[in-house]
Every structure is written in structure tokens, then in C-alpha cells.
Ligand binder design. Structure first.
Ligand code: ADP
Ligand code: NA
Length: 344
């Protein structure tokens, strides 16, 4: 009998934006209330994944702290959840190695994200070395690290976005391979369906809100002040059509604002229903209402973040230490079983 364990990770790539929040992180916090007490919730800031692409060491260090503060600010309770940096738990890397010894090169080579990277790489004119020579082993093998992240904590449930489904399937394949070689040791992890919310860029509402977008005002950071939120929403790209209506292909900007309003609506009205309600509202007034909804929905995340990141009382250090200890202990239990199974 396996107790329910939820694992999820986020890369330390700066302060999360509204899309990250409603698409993933808000669910992390909600699970704390929704799940019974004996469900283990394990959340990791996956810094080892971050270094699969070049990072500036000082920046990475800063982003890790910022991610930690942001997760605390949205309500992740380090007493209820295990919250830690992946690299503080050596067992993640250790299990990755062991799993890589029963994982197939062929399966990894067929992963969509890897194939995309292979295809994108030759387009670079800076270097004429073949893609295989420029792409790094870590980038190829990181699905094994993802599998290890999940399995080292004996996770049974993993919230994953659509883009990560294939990687979870690979983690399940790792379980099959390992259990076949060494006997029943791991359980196959299941997917937790992520929220379907998708937030689009404020400046280019036909593409999703993303940290890779150059314009700062294209995204709302979860730590933005009320003023910053109002400014960004008021400058969000809409259109010159009269009134408010929900029509993503024809009116992507207005439709995105309606979606955002719907995500934070207390009455859980759909964007279509809200479009009916605000049909004749002036765009400026409508944008004010969207700003109000976001500000209310974020409930002071920015202020809490500021306090955490500014304060000199070592609270973040304490959370780092305690989280690392708790996660290490949990992972070590698994490694005991794994090593016994393998004969190490
Ligand atoms: P980004 O696109 O900013 O690089 P990531 O790819 O790091 O974001 O995504 C981290 C998590 O946030 C994933 O679970 C992803 O599904 C979710 N996410 C990212 N952008 C959005 C968005 N615009 N709307 C909804 N969810 C999003
Ligand atoms: Na991305």
C-alpha cells in the first residue's frame, strides 16, 4: 500500500508570472487544503534542471532565492509541504545515474522536445559543428533526472502540463525498466490534470504569456504592485471593436482579459458569461475591473514577497535548511530500497 505523494517542480528562472501562477503554482497551494493531511506534498525548485542551459552563477543563486520567496508568498506552507532546492538532495542525481543504467537511448532520442532541439540546432550559423556535438548530454538526459525527481520521493501523483506528458510517460517507462531488472521497487506515477487556464501575453495576445517575451509589460509578475498591475492591464493590447465580447480568434486581447477575469471570478462565471455581463462596458472601465480582480486574486503576494526577500531575519535560510533536511530524509529511504535491490 503506497501512501499518496504529490511531487512537482519549478525551474528557478525568475519571479513567476500570472500564467505560471494560474497554470501551475496556484494548484500547488490549493492542494494543501484539498488533500487530506496524510498526503505528502513535495515541491522542488529544480536548479539542476536549470543548468541544462547556460546560467550565470550569481543570477542562478539569486533566482533560486527569489523562487523560494515567491512560493512562500503564494502560500506554500513549509510545514505542510516539503519545499527544497533539488541540488540540496544528492539522491536526485544519484538515482538519475542508477535509472540511466536501465533507460533506453532510443526512447530518449524519440522525445519530441529533444527532436525539436536537434532540428533547431543546425539552423545556427555561428558554428558549423553538427547539432549532436553542440547539444549537451544533460539536455538529452534530463528526462531521466525528472524521473528521478519523482521516483526518489516515491511520488504517486504528478501535476504536469501538456508539454510534460511525454516526460511523465518516460518516468513510467523508467519504473517498468527498473522493476523488470531488479524486482518491484517503484510504483508507476500518475498524472494530476493541471488547470486548463492559459493566460496570453498582454502585448501579443495570440501567444502565451511567457518569461521569454522581451516586453516587461507583456506579463504580470505575481509580485507586481497594484499600480504595476493597473498600468500593465491598461496598456494591454485590445482592439477598436465596440463593446466587450468573447471571441478569441477575432478579439484575442479582449478575450484574454475576459479569461483572466473568469479565472479570478468568485462566482466562477465563464468568459462567455462575463462577456454578457460587461457587454456595454467602456474598455477603460472593463480594464479597471480586470485589474481589480487580479489584485484581489493575488491577495498581497507582492507585499509578502517583499517582506521575505528583504528581511534579514534569516527566515529563508531556515526554510532552505529545514526543507533540505526533510527532503533528504525522504529520499534516503528510497535510496535504501534501491541500493538493496541493485546490490549496491
Ligand atoms: P514560460 O513559458 O514563462 O517559460 P514555463 O515553461 O517555465 O513558463 O512554465 C512553467 C509552468 O507554468 C508550466 O506548468 C506551464 O504550463 C505554466 N505556464 C507557463 N506559461 C503559462 C501561461 N501563459 N498560461 C498558463 N500556464 C502557463
Ligand atoms: Na518555456
Amino acid at each position: 500500500i503506497w501512501p499518496k505523494v504529490v511531487f512537482s517542480g519549478i525551474q528557478p528562472t525568475g519571479i513567476p508570472h500570472l500564467g505560471n501562477y494560474v497554470g501551475a503554482l496556484r494548484q500547488w497551494a490549493q492542494l494543501q487544503d484539498q488533500e487530506p493531511e496524510d498526503t505528502k506534498l513535495i515541491y522542488s525548485i529544480v536548479d539542476l534542471h536549470a543548468i541544462t542551459t547556460p546560467q550565470q552563477p550569481e543570477k542562478l543563486k539569486q533566482w533560486k532565492r527569489e523562487s523560494l520567496a515567491a512560493l512562500l508568498a503564494i502560500g506554500i506552507d513549509p510545514e505542510r509541504s516539503t519545499l527544497f532546492y533539488q541540488s540540496s538532495v544528492p539522491a536526485h542525481s544519484e538515482l538519475m545515474w542508477i535509472l540511466s543504467c536501465t533507460a533506453s537511448v532510443g526512447y530518449l532520442s524519440r522525445m519530441t522536445q529533444w527532436k525539436q532541439k536537434l532540428n533547431i540546432a543546425p539552423a545556427s550559423h555561428i558554428e558549423d559543428r553538427p547539432a549532436e556535438n553542440r547539444l549537451k548530454v544533460g539536455l538529452f538526459a534530463y528526462p531521466i533526472l525528472q524521473a528521478a525527481d519523482i521516483l526518489v520521493h516515491r511520488a504517486t501523483h504528478v501535476p504536469v502540463g501538456h508539454d510534460q506528458q511525454q516526460h511523465l510517460e518516460f518516468a513510467r517507462e523508467c519504473v517498468t525498466n527498473f522493476n523488470h531488472a531488479y524486482g518491484e521497487t517503484f510504483v508507476h506515477p500518475q498524472t494530476i490534470t493541471p488547470p486548463v487556464h492559459r493566460v496570453m501575453s498582454l502585448s501579443d495576445p495570440t501567444s502565451k504569456m511567457s518569461k521569454s517575451h522581451k516586453l516587461q509589460r507583456s506579463r504580470i509578475l505575481i509580485t507586481d504592485t497594484a499600480e504595476e498591475i493597473r498600468l500593465k492591464i491598461s496598456s494591454a493590447l485590445t482592439d477598436s471593436t465596440q463593446g466587450i465580447s468573447y471571441d478569441p480568434p477575432l478579439r484575442p486581447g479582449v478575450s484574454n482579459l475576459l479569461s483572466i477575469l473568469s479565472i479570478f471570478d468568485n462566482e466562477k462565471r465563464t468568459p462567455e458569461q462575463l462577456a454578457q455581463v460587461y457587454r456595454d462596458t467602456h474598455p477603460r472601465i472593463f480594464k479597471d475591473m480586470v485589474s481589480d480582480a487580479i489584485i484581489l486574486g493575488l491577495q498581497g503576494v507582492g507585499a509578502r514577497y517583499k517582506e521575505l526577500i528583504d528581511n534579514k531575519n534569516k527566515y529563508l535560510d531556515q526554510v532552505e535548511d529545514a526543507g533540505a533536511r526533510k527532503a533528504r530524509q525522504n529520499a534516503e529511504e528510497t535510496m535504501g530500497l534501491v541500493k538493496a535491490a541493485v546490490g549496491l
